[in-house]
Write a protein that binds this ligand. Structure first.
Ligand SMILES: [Ca+2]
Ligand SMILES: [Ca+2]
Length: 347
């Protein structure tokens, strides 16, 4: 079935057709993802299910998405891929689920492309991203997704909804073990344009690298002339690596809704300190999304953590003796996401 055909069919007909065709969709196609953990930092209800703003907007704008007008709400994800390299790309069922995860986002920031540091060659990172993007496009039935990468980072994004205006490794004054990757996107046919800054901190240096991200967000806002910045990735901002809870302050800051190093009033923390973003038994909020205030005005009110074991059939996923058939076959992290309104950006 071609994309253009599928986009024009009512959702119920499409679902039936896909079911009859026995395509690679897992139970994700039938079941909504599990609810996120409570309220978000702006006080909005977390509702990642079919009633979310994106689902409603998508239903209203499916026809428009074919052209140059993106939906009213887009979904941005982040995922530590736990070394997306030749070992993992040779595992077809594991790659299928990883591709299904990316296909649920309009853009997804990726960490650990090629390696968990900066040791993989450009050639091997390109090979991993080519294989991954091809698998996503195979599932989506077209040529919708493209990627931009640098070092062990990448952004994989929908070309029909997002235009890449610029990208490059962070060049500001702050030091990071793994230099972040920046991308500047324009939502097609909509006012929203924004910067993504993705990071994987060195765990032992999270204490200095996490607070430096706030300054780095301000720097890229200045250098690109774009006030909307979303910093996302594997901050390692929990457990023994980082003291995540800032002390309560007179201005109402502090507590579980704010990540230490990002003063409330200047930044908004979407993934709270009590979130669980890793497969480990312990609850750890390593993966984060931080917004500038300008970007927080475009936040659509929903964020969440994907628990792949509750959404996809992982029983056939290849892995090691210990990880095969489980969430660990995909990664030791969970994907995180948030939705943004594309129509009201003024900066
Ligand atoms: Ca903007
Ligand atoms: Ca804005």
């Amino acid at each position: 079935m071609s994309l253009s055909t599928s986009r024009l069919l009512p959702a119920c007909v499409l679902a039936l057709a896909l079911a009859l065709a026995g395509c690679g969709r897992t139970k994700a196609a039938q079941e909504p993802p599990p609810p996120g953990p409570g309220k978000d930092a702006l006080g909005g209800a977390v509702d990642p299910g079919p009633g979310s703003a994106r689902a409603a907007a998508g239903a209203a704008t499916d026809g428009e998405a074919l052209g140059t007008l993106a939906p009213e709400v887009i979904k941005i994800g982040s995922y530590n891929m736990a070394i997306l390299a030749s070992t993992k790309t040779a595992r077809p069922r594991t790659m299928e689920v990883l591709a299904l995860i990316a296909a649920d986002f309009d853009v997804m920031a990726m960490q650990e492309v090629g390696s968990n540091g900066s040791t993989a060659s450009d050639e091997s990172c390109v090979a991993a991203m080519e294989a991954y993007t091809a698998r996503i496009n195979q599932i989506e039935g077209g040529d919708l997704y493209a990627y931009v990468r640098g070092d062990q980072y990448a952004f994989v994004y929908r070309k029909d909804r997002l235009e890449l205006k610029a990208s490059g490794l962070y060049q500001g004054t702050r030091l990071f073990t793994y230099t972040p990757l920046v991308a500047w996107f324009q939502v097609r046919g909509r006012p929203l344009d924004f910067l993504l800054l993705t990071i994987h901190t060195r765990p032992s240096l999270a204490g200095t690298e996490v607070p430096s991200l706030a300054a780095a967000m301000d720097e890229v806002a200045g250098s690109y002339g774009e006030a909307d910045v979303l910093c996302l990735g594997d901050f390692n901002a929990d457990g023994s690596y980082y003291a995540e809870n800032p002390a309560a302050s007179a201005d109402g800051g502090g507590g579980p809704s704010f990540l230490a190093g990002f003063p409330p009033g200047r930044y908004v923390s979407l993934v709270p300190n009590d979130a669980d973003t890793t497969v480990a038994a312990e609850s750890l909020a390593y993966d984060r999304m931080e917004l500038t205030m300008a970007m927080s005005e475009d936040y659509a009110g929903s964020w969440g953590v994907v628990r792949p074991g509750e959404v996809y059939d992982l029983s056939e996923c290849e892995g090691s003796e210990k990880s095969a058939g489980s969430e660990r076959a995909l990664s030791d992290h969970y994907p995180i996401w948030a939705e943004f309104n594309t129509t009201r950006d003024r900066d």
